[in-house]
Design a protein around this ligand. Structure first.
Ligand code: C2O
Length: 566
């Protein structure tokens, strides 16, 4: 009897995964040249293991991930594991010159980290130059117990949907040209779903992704915006989707026919194949929030195909698409997600130790000597009027760990230098002084376990735009968002202190603001920046320097012996 009970208990533990051993997920990433054909032309791209998009990493919560990166490409490489906390492993975070020097051609580096307290869809991408155009892939974290641990009905199957962009020209050349002239980056020539532009582009019928479904079954779509510069509207004809997670944090189930997703963000959504058996288009097009900024106005399509659909020659059903500047639809989606409250959910900090007000947007900076084709002023971008300058021969994290002086300063300001009518388009007529920003490598120092609240305020300087702001090393809570200038008294009334959505990247409303909070419980150097890749070299970023805590388990370990040298 006792024995039977013992077995029963064992069965339950095994069944629910309490004994499920944490595994080591090991993979080799060989980065190198790959020739692919798109839009009627062949082109050499940089890719991992000869795959475009790159390989998917499948892990479970609690696992250790070990990725051995070998760089056969002609470029400097780093890989970032977007959204992974990297608790006590900031050396594996990946942003170039923030946490490591790049892996030079012919060299290698092993990224090793644990996945703790995170489930859902994340992704990995190159974090150097514009190489993430083609160097990216999905990073999927199942619950420890597998799909049984989902807080929603177990889907019949799952599919990864990576949204991206394609350029006919060599992107590294394009970037160098833009930087040398102090101007803007060219638009992409196509948008892609799983690396394929789809039916609407020349020579692309065979480059159309197809998702085959059985009627009556449900599917979990893991949607990732891996694009460099495009926010997207995502839509499937004849179907509504139910969002169940965003940025690997579960959400209250949210039914919608349109998903808005910014570069860096992920959305997990359930698709019920309950329509008439037929073929339907899956579509993504740019959400372009600023009328002043040119964008890729094409549409990428994939096909949702029912197994038992009658073979007909009629084309798949097309969804009705929102217009490119449909900010109300984007805002409705972005601002209505809420967190699913689960017992293990980390709680929102209610008392705040560090408050910041950060204005951000475009600006102008005097041309520098390495910009030969630049005349007078170069396009730049800034946070609190500081245009971030990357170090060039040591990473911030190594400087922090070894106490190397002169690499960065600790004076990133808590407020902008000047209070003005931030979102008034007429700010541009006032003269150039508002438009000028200074270059600097400034960090904000935080004590271990401080609680931080940041008001992110977009400005109209040069142009308002919805910028996706991404924080490394942490998730944050989104308390409120709105348009215009932030007004504390009015905003506080709207704060969601009960079930605010949890994110690692927030698309701050165009000409508007958002309030975020996070616990600085992870020592190291953590980058916060705009995930529109074009704004990164322009300086739309800053870094947090989080001090060690009082115990060994809150103290940074030394770097791994193979950390790349500059
Ligand atoms: Cu997805 Cu700093 O990046």
């Amino acid at each position: 009897m006792a024995r039977a009970a013992f077995f029963l208990v064992c069965f339950f533990f095994v069944f629910f995964g309490f004994f499920a051993d944490a595994a080591v997920v090991e993979q080799t990433f060989e980065v190198g040249n790959l020739t692919v054909r798109r839009l009627c032309k062949s082109k050499i791209i940089t890719a991992v293991n000869g795959e475009y998009p790159g390989p998917t990493i499948n892990a479970r919560e609690g696992d250790t991930v070990v990725i051995y990166v070998i760089n056969h490409s002609p470029y400097n490489i780093t890989i970032h594991w977007h959204g992974i906390f990297q608790r006590l492993t900031p050396w594996a975070d990946g942003p170039n010159f923030i946490t490591q020097c790049p892996i030079q051609p012919g060299h290698s580096y092993t990224y090793k980290f644990n996945i703790i307290g995170q489930e859902g869809t994340l992704w990995w991408h190159a974090h150097v130059s514009v190489l993430r155009t083609t160097v990216y892939g999905a990073l999927i974290i199942q619950p420890r117990a597998g799909p049984l641990g989902y807080p929603f009905p177990i889907p019949y199957k799952e599919a990864v949907i990576l949204l991206g962009e394609w350029w006919d020209a060599d992107v590294v050349n394009l970037e160098n040209l833009a930087l040398a002239s102090g101007g803007a980056f060219n638009n992409s020539d196509a948008l892609t779903i799983n690396g394929r532009p789809g039916d609407l582009y020349p020579c692309s019928k065979k480059h159309t992704y197809k998702l085959v479904v059985e009627q009556g079954k449900s599917y979990l779509l893991r949607i990732i915006n891996a694009a460099l510069n495009s926010q997207f509207f995502f839509k499937i004809a004849g179907h509504t989707l139910t969002v169940v997670a965003a940025d690997a944090s579960y959400t209250t189930p949210f039914p919608t026919d349109t998903i808005a997703i910014a570069p860096g963000q992920t959305i997990d959504a359930l698709l019920h194949a309950d329509s008439h058996p037929s073929n339907y288009y899956i579509s993504a097009l740019t959400y372009a929030s600023s009328p002043a900024i040119p964008f890729d106005n094409t549409t990428t399509l994939a096909i949702l195909s029912y197994t038992n659909s009658p073979t007909t020659t009629t084309p798949p059903l097309m969804p009705s698409l929102p217009s490119f500047n449909d900010t109300p639809t984007a805002h409705h989606f972005y601002s209505n997600l809420t967190a699913l409250l689960l017992p293990q959910t980390q709680s929102l900090p209610l008392s705040i130790s560090d408050r910041m007000f950060i204005t951000f947007g475009l600006s102008l900076t005097p041309c520098s000597s390495d910009q030969p084709q630049c005349q007078g002023f170069a396009l730049s971008a800034n946070m609190n009027n500081v245009s971030f300058r990357f170090p060039t021969n040591i990473s911030l994290l190594e400087a922090h760990f070894n106490g190397v002086e002169g690499v960065y300063t600790r004076d990133f300001p808590d407020r902008p230098p000047l209070v003005f009518d931030y979102t008034n388009p007429n700010v541009n007529a006032v003269g150039t002084s508002l438009q000028l920003s200074e270059k600097g490598t400034k960090v904000k120092r935080l004590r271990f376990n401080s609680t931080v609240e940041i008001v992110l305020q977009n400005t109209a300087v040069l142009a308002s735009d919805s910028h996706p702001i991404h924080l490394h090393g942490f998730n944050f809570y989104v308390l409120a968002q709105g348009f215009g200038n932030y007004n504390h008294t009015e905003a506080v009334e709207k704060f969601n202190l009960w079930n605010p959505q949890v994110r690692n990247t927030i698309a701050v409303p165009v000409g508007g603001w958002a309030v975020i909070r996070f616990w600085a419980d992870n020592p190291g150097i953590w980058f916060m920046h705009c995930h529109l890749d074009v704004h990164l070299p322009l300086g739309l970023g800053m870094a947090f320097e989080v001090e060690n805590g009082p115990t060994p388990s809150s103290t940074l370990p030394p770097p791994p012996p193979d950390l790349p040298r500059c």
